[in-house]
Design a protein around this ligand. Structure first.
Ligand code: AMP
Length: 383
């Protein structure tokens, strides 16, 4: 069994460690087990989506550095499916096994301000933003970038959590107390035409692959639908891919990273945010591509050659949020009665509103048909 400390690859039969235990880790573990790897997961939770399919599930807080060291000593390489692990956790793990992507990548991407500074210093296009540390600074920042704007917590935010829209000066106090009076970022509100993302992977040899531009539709700040390939023009898609390539190279990512963009009415791209791991918008690759984003993460962090990204058919993905469970258990039989639709459930026992419980992927000869099929299947769930 090889150890990933030097440049030799971590080969099948080895154990890979995943920090975090949600659905992204679950699908990673499924890809890893298929290729004969063992999977260990660590998170503060029990009976987790990842733990249910992993070989070993360790239940410990991310701050328990003894548990982290024990976990990392038991595997050949550590990756993560949840980027908000503390920097000390990544550093403690890195003393026992390689952590890929590195703690430095985590450090940049888990904090909106550091991420935006990295992107703007790299000459990449981001929404106008200001750092805000007091109510007074919020008022000044709003004067500079104009209203409407969105105030976002600087750290540990995702899926629209910790975000407050500011339409007029009467919203300042609410927004400032909403972010808990802590360091925040004020962003100009973008009147975008659509949102797209690029999921890409890079390994230690510098090999780079991507899944093209994916169109994303959100509801209440949470991803609702993804369509691949996106309907964006080939110029916009190519530019998005080149930006993603630059981001992975400049951050020296060994793994998968997703870049989320706003497409403005004039065709200009603005980066919304980065996620240094497989992304919800890339879930369709599990069914539609020769190599899924999860297998690509495995290959990249293990130092293996990356797989072909060829998409076999146009695809659409619809998230299944906990809200669907409110009237009772969804009608699974009806949903799988649409033959080109694949059902994915994450094994979560309690369905809370807004919680990602699973998704559906439809494959069809056109993206329009795939979208119609996935929406039909989702509607059938709650009839
Ligand atoms: P985030 O968690 O920052 O990705 O935000 C979730 C969603 O909120 C985005 O995908 C957009 O749909 C919306 N959003 C976030 N920031 C902005 C912005 N500056 N302008 C317009 N919409 C935004």
């Amino acid at each position: 069994m090889s150890h990933g400390r030097d440049s030799s690859p971590v080969l099948p039969g080895s154990a890979v460690g995943v920090l975090g235990s949600g659905q992204l880790g679950r699908m990673f573990a499924m890809a890893a087990r298929r290729m004969g790897y063992r999977v260990h997961t660590l998170s503060p939770d029990e009976d987790t989506p990842t733990g249910q399919v992993a070989d070993v599930e360790i239940n410990a807080p991310y701050e328990d550095l003894d548990a982290i060291r024990k976990f990392a000593n038991g595997v050949s390489v550590v990756t993560f499916e949840f980027e908000n692990v503390p920097a000390e956790t990544a550093a403690a793990a890195a003393r026992c096994a390689p952590v890929r992507p590195s703690g430095a990548v985590l450090h940049t991407t888990q904090h909106r301000l550091r991420e935006k500074l990295f992107l703007s210093n790299a000459g990449l296009p981001v929404t106008a933003f200001r750092r805000v540390t007091s109510l007074q600074e919020l008022v000044c920042a709003a004067n500079e970038i104009g209203l409407p704007a969105i105030l976002k917590t600087a750290g540990f935010g995702y899926d629209g959590k910790g975000q407050y829209r500011i339409h007029s000066s009467t919203d300042f106090e609410n927004a400032w107390s909403g972010v808990g009076g802590r360091e925040a970022v004020l962003e100009a509100f973008v009147n975008f035409d659509c949102e797209i993302s690029v999921v890409a992977a890079r390994n230690g040899s510098g090999q780079f692959v991507h899944y093209g531009a994916i169109e994303n539709r959100h509801r209440n700040g949470i991803l609702d639908i993804s369509i691949a390939p996106a309907g964006a023009s080939s110029r916009v898609s190519a530019e998005a891919v080149e930006i993603a390539r630059t981001v992975l190279e400049k951050l020296d990512v060994f793994g998968v990273l997703c870049v989320e963009f706003f497409v403005c009415p004039d065709g200009k791209l603005l980066i919304n945010e980065l996620a240094p791991r497989p992304h919800n918008s890339g879930h369709f690759t599990f069914d539609a591509n020769i190599t899924s984003q999860f297998e690509q993460q495995l290959r990249a962090v293990c130092g293996l050659p990356l797989g072909a990204v060829t998409q076999t058919m146009p695809a659409a993905m619809a998230n299944l949020l906990g809200d669907l469970w409110e009237p009772g258990e969804p009608d699974w039989n009806a949903a799988v009665s649409v033959p080109d639709v694949k059902l994915h459930l994450y094994g979560k026992s309690s369905a809370r509103p807004g919680r990602k419980m699973g998704h559906l992927t439809a494959l069809a000869s056109t993206t329009e048909q795939a979208l119609a099929d996935v929406e039909q299947a989702r509607a059938l769930l709650s009839r």
